[in-house]
Ligand binder design. Structure first.
Ligand SMILES: [Zn+2]
Ligand SMILES: [Zn+2]
Length: 339
């Protein structure tokens, strides 16, 4: 597929899409209903429909019965750990295999022209981004995700929390289901901004940012404290009336969904002349520039706080001006501090 119809390539082979990254046309004034309608399908496709389908399959076909969940036995907990590890292994592994190992589309549509495996770096365990990422994802990522899942399912089974049924409260549950990605991104913006501050960045979040050129395995490669914060968005189902089907969907949006921002390619080719957009660019820019795009633009926080980078030269200029200002502020502070 001809990537140059959709973007430009620099000398290093880095791809930049032509289209400016736009936030969701929801929190804008004046409202633009037509724009909203043309944006709406991208709220569902391709990712949220996939994550809902995965959550539903897991809930209906691969989650133990209520009686089993009511008693904390290690067998079913180990089963859930195994099945979550399998999901990550199969889905992330498939993307990694096709795009990074077989390099099925070369570096067409790849934001960073280089492949992480071609570079050794001592910030990673065993000098390998992949090995380091895999150890962190399966060592603490999937187990902490599973711990949240076990707690939520167990509390539902013993009737602890404001659980509802689709028969009694269909609309409340449908609305909550529709808002899951919104809840996830709002929570993610808050914890993500928090762990970019001072010592929290150094001790916790820098682990994730070691992968400056991320690949699917980088998605859940985080410090365990970040894992704990990252999945805590699912606790909302202990506050609002909810149903375990929505918990399973939410865990897919947060857990499996982490891969979206780390695919590293703007489009995945599905045939000679066909491809689908990944929605990965906003978070790729975050890995490249650190202090921009704390969320992916579904919620307007980055725009409100001036940290949105839309991927264009204008976006770059705005970011540089902000960095200069910050530098000046820090210098002034250092000069005013008595020795
Ligand atoms: Zn990331
Ligand atoms: Zn970050």
């Amino acid at each position: 597929m001809d990537e140059l119809k959709y973007g430009t390539k620099n000398k290093r082979g880095d791809f930049t899409p032509n289209d400016r990254l736009e936030g969701a046309p929801v929190f804008i004034w004046p409202p633009r209903p037509l724009k909203f309608l043309s944006w709406l399908p991208s709220y569902f496709l391709p990712w949220n429909v996939l994550f809902f389908a995965m959550g539903a399959v897991l809930w209906f076909y691969a989650t133990p019965s209520k009686e089993t969940l009511a008693a904390l036995h290690w067998q079913w907990m180990a089963y859930i750990l195994g099945r979550n590890a399998l999901i990550v292994f199969v889905l992330y592994g498939a993307l990694e295999m096709r795009l990074y190992k077989q390099r099925a589309q070369g570096n067409r549509f790849k934001f960073n022209g280089l492949f992480p495996a071609d570079r050794k770096s001592d910030v990673f365990m065993f000098g390998s981004q992949n090995i380091d990422n895999i150890i962190r994802s399966f060592g603490t990522g999937v187990p902490i995700w599973t711990a949240y899942e076990i707690v939520m399912l167990h509390l539902w089974a013993i009737g602890w929390g404001p659980w509802a049924t689709f028969a009694d409260h269909p609309w409340a549950l449908v609305i909550l289901g529709l808002l899951v990605p919104v809840i996830h991104e709002t929570h993610f913006f808050c914890i993500h901004w928090l762990i970019h501050q001072g010592p929290l960045y150094k001790w916790v979040h820098s682990v994730h940012h070691n992968s400056v050129n991320p690949s699917p395995w980088s998605s859940l490669s985080m410090h365990p404290v970040e894992h704990l914060l990252y999945w805590s968005d699912v606790l909302i189902h202990l506050i609002l009336p909810s149903h375990p089907l929505l918990v399973m969907y939410h865990l897919q949006v947060t857990g499996t969904g982490a891969v979206v921002g780390h695919i590293g390619f703007d489009k995945i080719e599905t045939g000679k002349d066909s491809a689908f957009g990944t929605h990965a660019y906003a978070h790729y820019l975050h890995h490249k520039y650190f202090e921009v795009n704390y969320s992916d633009g579904l919620m307007p926080f980055d725009r409100w706080f001036g940290t949105w980078h839309d991927g264009t030269k204008d976006g770059d200029a705005l970011m540089q001006a902000r960095f200069e200002k910050k530098k000046a502020r820090l210098n002034a502070k250092a000069e005013n501090t008595p020795n």
